[in-house]
Design a protein around this ligand. Structure first.
Ligand code: HEC
Length: 102
């Protein structure tokens, strides 16, 4: 491989990593909006619904049902409307990947 190709490849990989990091940072910002009620990283205090380590598909289904009004809620039907379906997917994936509170 020519040196210029190597340099280009290196730059492309570095850019990819930077974009991935920026995306993770963005999801953390969204998830922080859930921390008041569901705890830091979804590790809720007793009495609140913990999200950490829960099944991703199940959480996403509930969020979509809150959003559509199919699932009755006190607050989540309003909150879930503030996020696109893609954002809810990212949030469900994020919380599913967090370790459960010991
Ligand atoms: C003001 C408090 C509050 C905030 C902020 C909040 N939630 Fe909730 N969440 C609740 C309550 C209360 C419930 C139970 C359903 C209801 O009454 O709305 C719930 C239920 C849920 C459930 C279903 C849990 C289960 O297994 O039954 C999910 C998933 C969820 N919330 C995700 C989120 C996400 C993601 C965010 C951030 C975007 C968030 N919540 C922000 C209060 C909150």
């Amino acid at each position: 491989m020519k040196l210029t190709s190597r340099i280009l490849l290196g730059c492309t990989l570095a850019l990819g990593a930077t974009l991935a990091q920026a995306q993770v940072a963005q999801i953390k910002v969204w998830a922080a909006a859930c921390a008041n009620c569901h705890g830091t990283n979804g590790q809720a205090l007793p009495g609140n619904e913990a999200l950490a380590g829960k099944d991703k598909a199940e959480m996403l289904q509930k969020l979509m049902d809150f959003k559509s009004g199919r699932k009755p809620a006190t607050i989540m039907h309003q909150l879930s409307k503030g996020y696109s379906d893609e954002q809810l997917q990212e949030l469900a994936a994020y919380f599913a990947a967090q370790p459960k509170k010991q």
